[in-house]
Every structure is written in structure tokens, then in C-alpha cells.
Design a protein around this ligand. Structure first.
Ligand code: ACO
Length: 320
């Protein structure tokens, strides 16, 4: 038994912030941001929250799949920017959408989170523990950003993407997933001190901090490697792949991965010009756009790959 995606949805905050808007608050400009990253604008949350975006994307995915609330038996939300430590975002989505027959929990694997959530659901379905699941990547990273740091504040956006997945005979063919905690310091956020009545030595709260070049090198090496691995392990020729749906971190990373795989960049759809880097939400938002534009046909083979803080990575080969 494997896992098949049967519906998609996405939700973006109403507020659009352009590179020119950012140039008014930090020393940057549209030319620098768009040439180094491919990003031109991003959506930033104002009245929306991580869980409200997650629920909106989830509702849309359920409508697309034609699945009612009583059918969902598992909700997994990937996020590293939840509204609260607890309850989890998944429990908030459950309440919001009335999915009272579902188990619900969050996973935290930063930009790889959506694939980690999908692989977790695969394990539940493969062992008979779930039949129909809602999988969501949702982020409001704007609250974790130091808005005086031009090196990071230009990169990220808020949003959520969701899929409904069903236990079926076709769908996910192969996946790989990995992590290297020894590289964790390349990309960090919010170091929280242990403060209790017996330990009062608090350090100041931290924001997203990144060694951009180390992350770049990691991504352009690890992503082609794990994509080749899923293809080899499933005896699939790379020419059979219609699209490579990658985490939307940076257009230069995606072009470099395409070059290393000797594939045309047209096979690597991008929306980061409009959405920026939405971490765990980027793959399902892009998948939803592709689905709604009719780019995905039954039996198409696609590869998805996520990479990010941890450091973590993953790749999934699936049949649509
Ligand atoms: N506007 C103008 N100038 C800037 C900006 C900015 N927003 N940010 C940095 N600069 C300046 C720097 O201060 C530096 O100036 P200096 O030469 O006078 O010291 C110069 O630009 C070059 O800085 P670098 O950091 O070396 O720039 P680089 O070419 O490496 O590009 C970038 C930075 C875009 C972050 C790149 O390293 C990158 O794409 N890294 C990948 C990381 C990534 O995508 N992270 C996303 C999160 S992680 C994830 O999703 C996996």
C-alpha cells in the first residue's frame, strides 16, 4: 500500500510586499534581490496566522479531493513557525475544519518539513494506520525575521499549502530522507534559554540567522544527490520525470540543480518570484498552482525535493 495525492490547496496572506517596499526599510534594492535570489515579492501575514492559513489551504485541498470531514483520519502539519508551542497547528486545523475523526500532530523539519510530513503519512498508510490524511505545510516566518538584517529579511514569505492523500496502490514510488545535525549552525532561529526558578541566566532571543553560502553549497550538492538516489533505487530513468518540484529557496539553487542533473530548467517550476521562500509551505503551494493550471496529468511522474535547516533533506518520486 502506498500514498496517493488526490487534492491540493493553498492560501497566501493578502498583503504583498515588493522588493521596492523592502528597500524603504533596509539598505537593499530590487536589482540585488531579484538577481541573487529570483524573488520579486512575497506575501506577509497581517490578520492571518499560521493556523488560519493552514486551515484555509486544508479546506481547499479537501474540496479539490471531494473528501468530507468524516473521512480524514490523520492531520499532519509541517511548520517551524506555529502560533503556539501547544496546542499544535494540526489540532487547531482539526478544530477549525471539524475533523474530529482524525489524529493530529505537527512535524518540525524546516524547509524539508512538507516531505517529512508526507513520508510520515506514507508510513501510517503503509502499515494500515491511516486511509485518508490531510498534510499541510504552513509558515509565518515573518515573525522570526530580524527586519534590520538585509541578508535574511529579503528572502522569506508567509503562506500555506496542503494536500489530501489516500492509501492506494499507486502514488509514492520511492523516497529518501536525511539529516546532518553537525551542520545545524548554518541556519538557526530563536535560541531559547532554559529559564526556571533554579536557572535565571537567560540569553537574548534570537531571530533567523544564516550562513547563506554554506546553505547554498549544501543545497546544490545534496539535492541532486538525493534525487539521483530515489531514481536509482526505483530504477527510474531521469527522462521519465515530467517535473522536479523543489523547495523554493532561491532560483540560482534551482538552476544549479537543473544543470547538475543535466535537465532543462523548464522542468523546475518556480513561484518564488511571487512568494519568496515559504519554507515548509513552498512545495505544496507550488504543487497546488501546478494542479490548478492543469500541468499534472494522471500517471505523470514527478520528483519533489526539500532541503533546509537541521540540516535536513528529502526527495520523493511519485506518480500523479
Ligand atoms: N541587499 C543588498 N546587498 C546585500 C543584501 C541585500 N538584501 N544582502 C547581503 N548583501 C551584501 C552583503 O552585505 C555583501 O556585501 P559586501 O560584499 O560589501 O560584504 C554582498 O551583498 C554579498 O553578500 P553575500 O552574502 O556573499 O551574497 P551571496 O552572493 O552569497 O548571496 C544569498 C546571498 C542570496 C543569501 C545566497 O548566499 C544564497 O542564496 N544562499 C542560499 C541560502 C538560502 O536560499 N537560504 C534560504 C533559507 S534556507 C532554505 O530555505 C534551505
Amino acid at each position: 500500500m502506498t500514498t496517493r495525492i488526490i487534492g491540493t490547496g493553498s492560501a497566501l496572506p493578502k498583503e504583498i510586499v515588493t522588493n521596492d517596499n523592502l528597500a524603504k526599510i533596509v539598505d537593499t534594492n530590487d536589482e540585488w534581490i531579484s538577481s541573487r535570489t529570483g524573488i520579486r515579492e512575497r506575501h506577509l501575514a497581517k490578520e492571518e496566522t499560521c493556523s488560519s492559513l493552514a486551515a484555509a489551504a486544508g479546506k481547499m485541498a479537501m474540496e479539490d479531493a471531494g473528501v468530507g470531514p468524516e473521512e480524514i483520519d490523520l492531520i499532519v502539519v509541517a511548520t517551524c513557525s506555529p502560533d503556539s508551542n501547544f496546542p499544535s497547528t494540526a489540532c487547531k486545523v482539526q478544530e477549525s475544519l471539524g475533523l474530529y475523526h482524525a489524529a493530529a500532530f505537527d512535524v518540525s523539519a524546516a524547509c524539508s518539513g512538507f516531505l517529512v510530513a508526507l513520508h510520515t503519512v506514507y508510513a501510517y498508510m503503509n502499515s494500515g494506520l491511516s486511509k485518508t490524511a490531510l498534510i499541510i505545510g504552513a509558515e509565518t516566518l515573518s515573525k522570526l525575521i530580524d527586519w534590520t538584517d538585509r541578508g535574511t529579511c529579503v528572502l522569506f514569505g508567509d503562506g500555506a499549502g496542503a494536500v489530501v492523500a489516500k492509501a492506494d496502490d499507486t502514488g509514492i514510488i520511492q523516497f529518501v530522507q536525511g539529516a546532518d545535525g553537525s551542520m545545524g549552525q548554518c541556519l538557526t532561529c530563536d535560541e531559547r534559554s532554559i529559564v526556571n526558578p533554579f536557572n535565571q541566566e537567560a540569553k537574548p532571543t534570537d531571530y533567523i540567522s544564516m550562513d547563506g553560502q554554506a546553505v547554498f553549497k549544501f543545497a546544490v550538492t545534496k539535492v541532486p544527490e538525493c534525487i539521483r538516489q530515489v531514481l536509482e533505487e526505483s530504477h527510474t530513468d531521469i527522462e521519465e520525470i515530467k517535473y522536479f518540484v523543489l523547495h523554493q529557496a532561491n532560483s540560482r539553487i534551482l538552476s544549479s540543480v537543473a544543470k547538475r542533473l543535466k535537465m532543462p530548467v523548464e522542468k523546475f517550476p518556480m513561484n518564488l518570484d511571487r512568494c519568496g521562500n515559504t519554507s515548509a509551505a513552498s512545495i505544496p503551494i507550488l504543487l497546488d498552482e501546478m494542479n490548478r493550471q492543469g500541468m499534472l496529468k494522471k500517471n505523470d511522474k514527478i520528483v519533489m525535493s526539500g532541503f533546509g535547516a537541521g540540516l535536513t533533506w528529502g526527495a520523493t518520486l511519485l506518480e500523479w
